[in-house]
Every structure is written in structure tokens, then in C-alpha cells.
Design a protein around this ligand. Structure first.
Ligand code: ACO
Length: 427
């Protein structure tokens, strides 16, 4: 693309710079558009709009590429750990041995919650959705950690980030424990981040919990695959909330609320429910037909993505991991057969080919999480736990960006033009 683009509105010409990133599409810098022309752009769902500059994550949706700070997601998922990826996202580079040890130590020292927060849980109904509890409890953290909320101080921002990453497994495990009526378990800091979470979730005070390395490794992989995904809906929500200078814990609670929706993080729960409803491979054609029927609101959950118009690279890693986990645990779940068969049929179907609909990260994650023992209502909670690192890294990046402004989209107004008020008796 040229260095500038020209636009003519009502006979008046104006010129706009074209900016290039490291890789990926160029962007037209229209910041001066309104001043120069008096017009806005219209882009519901931000399908053509870059809202910020970011050095964290790059996605090429056509090629099915996902990079964190330049590193491909499959390499990170296969060779790295969630702690290492968290450090990478927050700090920009992979840690050295000592840096990783220090970071892991710091996170492990922030895992406990203020004791008063435990009483907070008891205000919820036992059958509350754990995402409702997560929104409430994470938002409530803002009332507990006043020493890490001066957002203009980079050190305090980092402490808030560490606290959020460290406390999220404790909060998530407590949400689960509360729903099954078991006592909360305190964190055990000699365990890894992921083993500690599994122990707090599935352990009981009556006996020692031995984390199974196969499950720990699969869970860690799921956390890595969900750690960040550039300017998705929940991340944009965190950035927008944070752009007003709001408390970081409250901003993350806003991100959790957005993630909950079935078009976003709630899709893994919906995908497994759908696979269970299909039940056996012979019923797949019926569901494919429903997905293609314009008069039926049904969609194949776990299929399609706003950005990926090719295989979601995370789905590839998880498809493999699903087989490994189920094999190693000796579980023969017909849901996995249904998922594999559905994938094959959909990939050959002209409707899905034409619309470039491929399995996304949510398609296989539910199968694995269910094999590990999580109820479907916990799936999105696990997503929120992992995505917290992306949210805090993006929030930090935004606050330190000198070009950052309060997020304030414009609109195309189509309500009534100005009219005079008529007293109620005369209407
Ligand atoms: N099943 C059937 N048809 C679909 C599906 C699907 N899963 N996804 C998209 N389509 C069709 C739409 O009906 C539409 O058809 P049309 O052009 O004839 O109207 C076309 O494909 C484009 O769909 P849009 O909704 O416009 O695409 P968008 O980019 O806005 O949506 C989304 C992406 C929300 C993810 C969508 O594909 C979807 O609803 N998928 C199912 C839910 C899901 O799995 N979400 C998880 C996303 S990944 C994540 O958040 C981690």
C-alpha cells in the first residue's frame, strides 16, 4: 500500500498516513478524519478497525498462525510451561533460568486470598454459575488490595498483575468447591501453578492429593493455549474499562463478564453440550443440516472464528492432546468419536468450505476438561483463569502506551431528530 491514502468527501480532499506493523495488514491512520471531514467511520463489531498498537500477540487468520511475542503457539504448547508463557507475555522475552525461578516464586507467594473473601462466597446460592461467582469475587478484589492500585506506578501495576495471575486459580477452585459443598483448600506453594490448582479443585482435606503428571501437563497446555489472543471481545473489554483509569481488578471482572457469552468463552461449554446432545456419529447429518438451515438459529458450536478463516492452530494442538489424555486415562468417551467424525464431515461440506468454518479452540477443549473431571460450567472459568495473563499484559501495555486515550466510539444516530417536549396530558 502507498504511504498515504486520499479521501474525498463533498469535494474536499484529505490525506491519511498508512502505518505498517512488523507483519500483518497495514492500517490507515484515520485519527484526524473527523477533524478534517466532519465524518466518522462505521464499523460495527470492529471488523476493519485496529483499536490500538500491540506487541504481544499476532494472528494470521488466513494461514492459521498464532504467535506470542513472535513465538508460534504450537512450540510454546509443546515445549514451554504456563509460567514461562506468562512471563513472556508480561515482560516481552522468554525468561532465563533464574528469572523463571524468581517469577514462579513470586506468583506462588500471592496465591492466598484475603480470609474475608471466603465469607463472600457464602453469599452466593450453591447452584450459582461459577462464572457469576468469578465476576463477583474478582471485582471484589478491588476492595482488598489498595496498595496495588495506583495504575500510574509501573511497580504497582506489576504487583496487581502478579496478584491476579496468582489468585485466579484459588478463586476458580473455590468457586468449584462451593458448588459441590466441599471445604475450600488453601494453596500449597511447593506445587507447580497448575498442580496447585488441580489440588485445590479436586483434593480434599481428608487425604493427600497426588497430582497426575499426565493431567497436569494437559491442563498446563490448555492454559498456554488460552493465555492471550490479541484484541478479542474480552480483551477489548478489559482495555476499554481500563482506558478510563479504572481499578485493575474491576477491569478484569469486566473481561470475565464478556468472556462468559456463548459466542466467546462460553462456547467450550456449549460445544461439549452439543456433542453430548448429538450423542452418536449417526446423528451428525441432522445437526449439519440444522447448522446450514437459515431459518434455524442453531450453529455448530466450536466451529468458526472471527479471525481464523483456516484451522485454529490451538484446535490442532488440542485435537492431539484429547486423544493422548483419553488414552492415558483409559477413558473411552463416545463424545471424542462424535467430535472427530463431525470435524471430518464438516470439513468436506461445501457450506463450511465456502464460509471457511473450521474447528476452533473450543471444539476439543471440552472433551479434555470433561475427561479430567470438570463439570461443563467450569470450562469458561478455566478459560478466564488462563486468559487473565493476557488481560493483565494487554492492560499494562495500554496504560504504558503514550498514545492511550479513553476508549470512546462514535455512532451513526438513527433516532428522532430534535423535537419539543409535550406535557403528558396533551399527548
Ligand atoms: N455454524 C454454522 N454456521 C456458521 C457458524 C457455525 N458455527 N459460524 C458462522 N456461521 C455462518 C453464519 O451463519 C454466517 O452465514 P451467512 O454469511 O450466510 O449469514 C457466516 O458463517 C459468517 O458468520 P458470522 O457470525 O457473521 O461470523 P463472525 O465472524 O461474526 O462470527 C463466531 C464468529 C461468533 C465465532 C461464529 O463463527 C460462531 O457463532 N461460532 C460458534 C460459536 C463458537 O464456537 N465461538 C467460539 C469462538 S472462539 C473463542 O471465543 C475462543
Amino acid at each position: 500500500m502507498a504511504d498515504t491514502v486520499k479521501l474525498e468527501i463533498g469535494g474536499k480532499a484529505s490525506e491519511y498516513p498508512v502505518l505498517s506493523g512488523t507483519v500483518g495488514p497495514d492500517v490507515i491512520d484515520i485519527r484526524k478524519l473527523y477533524g478534517a471531514t466532519g465524518a466518522f467511520t462505521y464499523d460495527p463489531g470492529f471488523t476493519s478497525t485496529a483499536s490500538c498498537q500491540s506487541a504481544l500477540t499476532y494472528i494470521d487468520g488466513d494461514q492459521g498462525i498464532l504467535l506470542h511475542r513472535g513465538y508460534p503457539i504450537d512450540q510454546l504448547a509443546e515445549q514451554s510451561s504456563f509460567m514461562e508463557v506468562s512471563y513472556l507475555l508480561l515482560n516481552g522475552e522468554l525468561p532465563g533460568k533464574k528469572e523463571l525461578e524468581d517469577f514462579t516464586y513470586t506468583i506462588s507467594r500471592h496465591t492466598m486470598l484475603h480470609e474475608q473473601l471466603a465469607t463472600f462466597y457464602r453469599g452466593f446460592r450453591r447452584d450459582a454459575h461459577p462464572m457469576a461467582i468469578m465476576c463477583g469475587v474478582v471485582g471484589a478484589l478491588s476492595a482488598f488490595y489498595h496498595d496495588s492500585t495506583d495504575i500510574n506506578d509501573p511497580k504497582q501495576r506489576m504487583i496487581a498483575s502478579h496478584r491476579l495471575i496468582a489468585k485466579m486459580p484459588t478463586i476458580a477452585a473455590m468457586a468449584y468447591k462451593y458448588s459441590v459443598g466441599q471445604p475450600f483448600l488453601y494453596p500449597k506453594n511447593d506445587l507447580s501453578y497448575t498442580a496447585n490448582f488441580l489440588r485445590m479443585t479436586f483434593g480434599v482435606p481428608a487425604e493427600e492429593y497426588e497430582p497426575d503428571p499426565v493431567i497436569v501437563s494437559a491442563m498446563d497446555k490448555i492454559f498456554i493455549l488460552h493465555a492471550d489472543h490479541e484484541q478479542n471481545a474480552s480483551t477489548s473489554t478489559v482495555r476499554l474499562a481500563g482506558s478510563s483509569g479504572a481499578n485493575p481488578f474491576a477491569c478484569i471482572a469486566a473481561g470475565i463478564a464478556c468472556l462468559w457469552g456463548p459466542a466467546h468463552g462460553g462456547a467450550n461449554e456449549a460445544a461439549l453440550n452439543m456433542l453430548r446432545e448429538i450423542g452418536t456419529p449417526d446423528r451428525i447429518p441432522e445437526y449439519i443440516a440444522r447448522a446450514k438451515n437459515k431459518d434455524d438459529p442453531f450453529r455448530l458450536m466450536g466451529f468458526g472464528h472471527r479471525v481464523y478463516k483456516n484451522f485454529d492452530p490451538r484446535a490442532k494442538v488440542l485435537g492431539k492432546a484429547a486423544t493422548e489424555v483419553l488414552d492415558k486415562l483409559g477413558i473411552n468417551d463416545p463424545v471424542l468419536d462424535t467430535a472427530r467424525e463431525l470435524e471430518q464431515i464438516a470439513l468436506k461440506d461445501q457450506y463450511f468450505i465456502d464460509k471457511k468454518l473450521y474447528p476452533n479452540v473450543d471444539f476439543y477443549s471440552g472433551v479434555i476438561l470433561s475427561a479430567i473431571g470438570f463439570p461443563t460450567t467450569m470450562f469458561t472459568v478455566l478459560f478466564a483463569l488462563a486468559r487473565t495473563v493476557g488481560w493483565v499484559a494487554q492492560w499494562n501495555e495500554m496504560i504504558s502506551d503514550p498514545e492511550q486515550k479513553i476508549g470512546r466510539p462514535r455512532q451513526l444516530y438513527n433516532g428522532p431528530a430534535q423535537r419539543d417536549y409535550v406535557p403528558v396530558g396533551q399527548r
